[in-house]
Ligand binder design. Sequence first.
Ligand SMILES: C[S@@+](CC[C@H](N)C(=O)[O-])C[C@H]1O[C@@H](n2cnc3c(N)ncnc32)[C@H](O)[C@@H]1O
Length: 441
Amino acid sequence: MTITTDSPLEERLIALLRHLGLERAHFAACMPRDWVGLLSAHKNAVASLTLMCPMGIELAPLSANPPPVLIVTGDQGRGGVEAIRDGKKIAAAELVILENYFSPPWADVIQDRLDSIGDAMGRFIEQNGFGEAKHVTDGASQSGQCAGITYACRGSGEPLLLMPLALSPSQWQPLIEQLSQKFCVITLGGAHLGMVAHLETRAQSSYMRVIDQLLDELQLQPGQSLLEVGCGPGAIVRRLAARTRGANPIVGADVNSYLMAEAKALAKRDGLDGLIDFQPGDATALPFEDNRFDCTISCTVMEEGDADRMLGEFVRVTKPGGKVGSVTRAIDLPRWVNLPLSAPLKAKVDSAALFGGNVTAQGCADASLYQRMNQAGLLDVVTLPSWASHQDGERLEYLRERIIAQLTPAELAEWQGAYERGKADGTFFVSEPFHCAVGRK
Ligand SMILES: C[S@@+](CC[C@H](N)C(=O)[O-])C[C@H]1O[C@@H](n2cnc3c(N)ncnc32)[C@H](O)[C@@H]1O
């Protein structure tokens, strides 16, 4: 099997299985993009599928003779409600509901509910064993990279491939010791999987126009330093580093060590290592002295924690006269879905509520950003709400899937006709709104 830069993820996963001497394995994932293609094209390779706090469930590949499925989800928030609703539609699915648990993509679910998840997964995989084992005798020789996917194997038993857990800070780490007592646990990573792939895809879309607007407003001069807090896999700091080529000291900070490791690998891939200093750091207690940076920015981070504390920290580490800028999602504004639909369906698919939720109680994903920036003491706050429009690519597909997952069968039939026409004549696009502001300290 030849893997090229265009090879889809499922072919990469099959190449990895073969590389490891495997025909089948148990899989555990969170994001549909990681498992849908594999299950659609290579169902026999999937002995069982565990969906951990799924960020959406695609029902089609699970409708005809699917493998056994275990769905673990919190019962709070949009993701939990949707996972429970969709899980009940899958005949082969066992549902484990974590009571009183909010499981947005950044939930540290394994760390938070270790015992119940460990027990449920261990039992489920044992019950659905297929009688093939893999033995890892030399831990050091069992990690590497194949087809652009990094892997690390531990333990002996039926192979269990763990795909990344969205933005979870601890990922699967707290559970690996326990699972590796019974199974050969193979942890996967790299730019083609999980939230890294998701955010890299977003960074190839017109989301970057929203970001460019923010960067332009900073008017960064040669020699001035910039901190991006919550840089994730680092698409924004890489973009800036590629433009400034060392003329500006650039620091990327994030609380998630898995994403930081991936960010370093991606910077190296792009020949930018040495131009970006990646540092672990919590936005609510940044490990930097007062007045250190000329500019401090965050992009879709203030949704995930205490927004005012974060802003306070951004202001603290910025020099007097320096700039603080932030982009957040805008769950208080409707989308624009460009299809000729009946008025009720158009209102539903455009509705802010369809994409709402996934914001912590003290987070910010609305126009309160502007007031918060004023209250944080920033001056001359420039307000730049703007839209990212998607006419093609993976981001459009992601948004389309999220919309159709929430339609009734009658709405879906109407949608499908309009969608086919809009796709054929090139007029289908989805625009999503963001709030953005830049102020001076
Ligand atoms: C949606 S991603 C955005 C990544 C990047 N800024 C971009 O726009 O592509 C949110 C990022 O914020 C990080 N994050 C969330 N809470 C944080 C905190 N308290 N301190 C630092 N980083 C945080 C997450 O780990 C994640 O990498």
